[in-house]
Design a protein around this ligand. Sequence first.
Ligand code: ATP
Length: 252
Amino acid sequence: MTISTLPDTQKSIALLAVSKSFAAQKVLENISLTIQRGEIVALLGASGGGKSTLLNIMSGLLPADSGEILLQGVPSEKFQHWQRVAYLFQEDRLLPWRTVEQNVHFGLENSGLDAKTRRQRVAEALELVGLAEFIRHWPHQLSGGMRSRVALARSLVVQPEILLMDEPFSRLDPQTRSAMHDELLRIQHLTGMTVVLVTHDVEEAVVLADRVLILKPHPGRLHNETPLDLPRPRIATHPAVNEQIRLLRLEV
Ligand SMILES: Nc1ncnc2c1ncn2[C@@H]1O[C@H](COP(=O)(O)OP(=O)(O)OP(=O)(O)O)[C@@H](O)[C@H]1O
């Protein structure tokens, strides 16, 4: 069964003929795609190809000009994005005047959950990213990798069904980035959430994704779709992984 013929219950994100312009500039043209529940999809492509715009449309932050968007089988305009979709940005956006625990708690403010449940959720999210011992630390006391984990915990605390990530690891050094890749795969495996990752890094896409979508710019359109059936863990120097990276670099 191909993804497009999956029943709605297995579809996490479905876009049909989505277009978007800013002023006179057409940024996305006629994008149709389906992402399965629990799938990790990487969006690759040249700068200005509309990757972030597409992610913003999936998140409900930005309306499309035309087309249909279904999230977990529900039309986007009726879908309650809050608590079901989390968004992780390039900058960690931690609040310096809040401790680690308070930063993660931020994700639950206005949630309507009672204080005890909120505390429990924060503790679980920090446990999940391996920072349970650092709850009283301040952001300035943390390494780049730890800050990145706090930002991830703040996204996970809502227990999202869909995690949208816009180059979340691009500012990390290669070793920390690689550790965060392992962390993300471990957590995705545990939670079963759908992950859509925007990246410029072909190696990152191949190491993480079940499928890579390439967007071409002016206007942004889907150029190519590559399912990755490589066993995990994927080491970039492994010949099959390396070959896939080489092939995708030719396409981007
Ligand atoms: N809010 C906005 N107002 C006007 N133009 C915008 C807006 N957001 C994006 N654009 C334009 O839309 C085009 C696509 O931008 P977008 O950020 O989606 O691309 P991208 O593929 O994510 O790029 P990059 O890889 O550089 O982040 C760009 O030309 C950008 O200037």
